[in-house]
Ligand binder design. Structure first.
Ligand code: GLA
Length: 549
């Protein structure tokens, strides 16, 4: 950001033509979201892909039982997740979400208890908007309350969707000045904008109060504009005697009332606080906001700016906030009730629209990288094509999510089902089944309980496969613990293909520590095989071959 102290027309003109840098990763704290969960990609079942709005507590309990009886829990599928449509249309008087009284009359806590008794963990869904995608009450603006409610029900996984999302505004109010005072003491010393340092587009103007009655109360003669969209900021240096909590009072004005404004406050380049200025503020009437902030002994830098320079930043800050609420709520619930804290896996369902791979790790455990999956082959291929490129962003506790599985849904062939499952395992994706567990064919059970593929997905190194050949037959490699490597050939086409690769392709790839001395397992059959079979063979249409070496 360019410093701009004093007016220099040439400097200002230059700021208009200089391309704006991308500021997302450096704007402020990008600490990793840690809750000790999802050390390997979450596995389980979700109600959406097959059942949509047709869910109720009786049928879901049958499904949970079938998960255990069919051996899926034993194979590792331990999250049992409700998707949209479990809610009542209205919150209760306390502002809490409640379950639909016609389909979930016993409430979600009762279902969680029953599901827990089977050895499964209950997951839930809501939305980062005023409504969910199916128009039930959304969680935007209720993040902490909803997280606390879920914690009180014993929920252990929260998918937060993105329909109807109201982004943070990139507009900042006009700032007239600030004051810093001790808690419990009267606000005395005012700091005008002239005593601050301006950066980027920040300018000072003389305030022309249009109404006499405002003149009589005005504290400040000037104001600072140009703090919008991360393009300008104003900073003050404030000395305090002792480290501790102080009251920061901010005086603002409205030039364009009827639009909400947002102001970011950052102290000593640390945590970012956001202050919403409501749209009802009157034209040029002073609007005062206050925030408790932590200051350190001696000099402190107080910076005001609007950090929303694009959609990604708004999404990042909103999902980070929800993640914070979840952690705070599970801790508070445990403390309030003297029970052990049950942390909640945070699944960000932002559809990849605001590049969540760049910031998801700082907000939650997994983030959807794509739009919704459908049970047709093109959908599987398209989601794969997008997600496979993002391999660098997956890590222990933080996963790219190319959406839930369609294995056993619709009329995929055996090979298509198997390829879809294997590709998701190679990409260290969450394995959330979406099929009717009560009515699975032996073929589907075989695919989704393939212990070699599951081991590839759940490998403790936490690496997503890298595509090293892109073509009709893609080649993926995934490093595994103990120096092992998983190799996958994926024939995307509609006809059988022959493949032949030289061993040096794998040996020279730095992403894996390929070593051909050990045994080679064909992960689909479970049989041992030879190096020759691994390097050369025939692969059917819309199929994979997977080897562990
Ligand atoms: C969105 C999500 C889906 C599902 C539906 C429910 O489309 O991306 O995964 O949760 O909403 O309405």
């Amino acid at each position: 950001m360019r410093k701009r102290n004093g007016a220099c027309p040439l400097c200002y003109a230059r700021t208009l033509v200089t391309p704006k840098e991308r500021k997302i990763p450096t704007l402020y704290n990008q600490e990793s979201f840690e809750n000790g969960l999802a050390k390997t990609p979450p596995m389980g079942w979700n109600s959406w892909n097959v059942f949509k709005e047709n869910i109720n507590e009786t049928m879901l309990y049958e499904m949970a039982k079938a998960m255990v009886d069919s051996g899926l829990l034993e194979a590792g599928y331990n999250y049992f997740n409700l998707d949209d449509c479990w809610e009542a249309k209205e919150r209760n008087m306390k502002g809490e979400l409640v379950s639909d009284p016609t389909t979930f009359p016993s409430g979600i806590k009762a279902l969680a208890d029953k599901v827990n008794a089977l050895g499964l963990k209950l997951g839930i869904y809501s939305c980062n908007g005023p409504l969910t995608c199916q128009h039930f009450p959304g969680s935007q603006g209720h993040e902490y309350t909803d997280a606390y409610t879920f914690a009180s029900w014993g929920v252990e996984y929260w998918k937060l969707d993105y329909c109807h999302n109201v982004p943070y505004t990139p507009y900042a109010p006009l700032v007239a000045g600030i004051a810093v005072s001790k808690v419990g003491e009267k606000v005395e010393k005012l700091l005008s904008v002239e005593s601050g340092t301006r950066y980027g587009n920040a300018h000072i103007f003389t305030t022309k109060y249009p109404k006499k009655r405002y003149n009589s109360t005005q504290r400040f003669k000037k104001h600072c504009s140009g703090l919008d969209a991360g393009e300008g900021s104003i900073e003050w240096n404030v000395e305090v005697e002792n480290e501790g909590e102080y009251v920061l009072t901010i005086y603002t004005h409205e030039l364009y009332p009827k639009y909400a404004k947002l102001l970011g406050v950052q102290i000593n380049d640390g945590e970012l606080y956001l202050i919403n200025i409501p749209k009802e503020v009157y034209h040029w009437q002073e609007y005062i906001t206050q925030k408790l902030v932590k200051l350190t002994k001696g000099n402190n830098k107080i910076k005001l700016f609007n950090p929303i320079n694009n959609k990604s930043t708004s999404d990042m800050l909103q999902f980070q906030y929800a993640g914070k609420c979840i952690k705070q709520a599970t801790a508070d619930y445990a403390k309030d009730n003297n029970v052990e804290e049950k942390p909640i896996v945070f699944s960000i369902c932002e559809w990849g629209s605001g590049e969540p791979h760049l910031w998801g790790k700082s907000a939650g455990n997994l983030w959807r990288t794509t739009g919704d999956i459908y049970h047709n082959w093109n959908s599987i291929k398209n989601l794969y094509e997008h997600n496979v490129e993002l391999y660098k962003y997956a890590d222990i506790g933080h996963w790219n999510d190319p959406d839930m599985l369609e294995v056993g849904v619709g009329n995929f062939s055996y090979n298509e089902n198997e390829a879809h499952f294997a590709l998701w395992c190679m990409m260290a994706s969450p394995l959330l089944l979406g099929n009717d567990i009560r009515a699975m064919t032996p073929d589907i059970v075989k695919i989704i309980t393939n212990k070699h593929l599951i081991a590839i997905d759940q490998d403790a190194l936490g690496k997503q496969a890298k595509r090293i050949v892109k073509g009709n037959v893609d080649v993926l490699v995934k490093p595994l613990v103990d120096g092992k490597t998983a190799i996958c050939y994926f024939n995307k086409t509609d006809s059988t293909k022959n493949y032949a690769f030289e061993e040096k392709l794998f040996a020279s790839e730095e992403y894996v520590s390929y070593n051909s001395n050990g045994s080679i397992i064909d992960a689909l059959s479970g049989d041992n095989t030879t190096l020759e079979n691994m390097l050369k063979g025939e692969i059917k249409a819309r199929s994979v071959k997977v080897f562990i070496i």
